[in-house]
Design a protein around this ligand. Structure first.
Ligand SMILES: NC(=O)c1ccc[n+]([C@@H]2O[C@H](COP(=O)([O-])OP(=O)(O)OC[C@H]3O[C@@H](n4cnc5c(N)ncnc54)[C@H](O)[C@@H]3O)[C@@H](O)[C@H]2O)c1
Length: 286
């Protein structure tokens, strides 16, 4: 059994990834997170040991790596989302970038061989000159979240160069589906939840913003296949490769659920107008 440690494993993507890896039956999975699984979480999660702790706490991480020697780390912790990251940029850098570099130092001390890093396909490229965007396109993020993700990617590549620590950088687009919980990030889930609660749907801008939406189980499946195929030392876009505007998403939801109230607010400076990932590399590696 390959031993894997999922940092941030009780979150949205974490639960979906864990479910895929546990069900595959070939992996011994352990989670490190500041919170455990909720009591109502499905039984599959109750079998997974959770080490509680703060990602920024180097001593606690050291203890966990000692107690649970792993071959592969899956790094899913993020203390910010794109919209919150510009509010306190120094905090974004300290809590994500500095903490990630500390993690990489510990990883090489404790003989971790591989790190899977969840990067942000929606923010590292900034405003692309054309779509779809391949992994080799220029990277000019317009929010701190994207800059910090990109810098973390560069440190992963440096640690590979200096110490041989292998990496898999997954630039994920806009996932939707099971175990989603954020009230603000993830358009499809947020819209559906507001409709169910009878609340108004709030859209930033005129709804023309185009994104690449992907079902979260497809993200989990793709990452598991990349790990199984040993596709390390790669930067890979993980998306559907198809663009939909917010208004197109709302129309699709309306077709299923009938009409609902929508309020349009002023657009936000950090929102890229259109971003669709070129996923040819992902397809070839899978
Ligand atoms: N959800 C998306 O739309 C999306 C898109 C692209 C990339 N990503 C990236 O994927 C990763 C997972 O995203 P998610 O949507 O599952 O987020 P999430 O917020 O649901 O999960 C993150 C987990 O990290 C834990 N965490 C946060 N700060 C911590 C700390 N200081 N110490 C210990 N644990 C801490 C949280 O408790 C949570 O369980 C993140 O790195 C995110 O940037 C997410």
């Amino acid at each position: 059994m390959k031993k894997m440690l999922f940092l941030g494993g009780t979150g949205f993507l974490g639960k979906n990834l864990l479910e895929a890896f546990v069900q595959a039956g070939e992996y011994e999975c352990v989670v490190f997170d500041k919170q455990g699984f909720p009591a109502e979480a499905p039984a599959i999660f109750q079998e997974v040991p959770v080490c509680l702790g703060n990602f920024e706490d180097r001593d606690r991480l050291r203890e966990v790596l000692q107690q649970h020697p792993a071959e592969v780390l899956v790094h899913l912790v993020s203390t910010t989302i794109p919209s919150s990251s510009n509010l306190d940029i120094a905090l974004d850098i300290e809590s994500n970038l500095v903490a990630t570099v500390q993690l990489l130092d510990l990883a090489r001390q404790y003989n971790i061989r591989k790190v899977v890093f969840l990067s942000s396909g929606g923010t590292v490229y900034g405003i692309p000159s054309s779509n779809p965007v391949s992994e080799t396109a220029p990277t000019n993020p317009i929010c701190s979240h994207g800059i910090v993700k990109l810098a973390a990617e560069k440190y992963l590549q440096l640690y590979r160069h200096l110490y041989g620590l292998e990496y898999l950088i997954c630039r994920v687009s806009n996932p939707y589906g099971e175990y989603h919980h954020s009230p603000v990030q993830g358009l499809i889930n947020v819209v559906l939840r507001r409709i169910v609660k009878g609340e108004e749907v709030v859209i930033w801008g005129d709804g023309s913003t185009i994104r690449d939406y992907i079902y979260v189980k497809d993200v989990a499946d793709a990452i598991m296949k990349l790990v199984q195929n040993d596709a390390f030392n790669q930067v890979v876009n993980v998306g559907s490769g198809q663009g939909l505007s917010i208004n197109q998403v709302l129309t699709l939801v309306q077709k299923e659920l009938g009409s609902f109230p929508v309020r349009y607010e002023r657009g936000r400076a950090f929102d890229v107008p259109a971003l669709v990932l070129d996923c040819a590399k992902l397809r070839s590696l899978m």
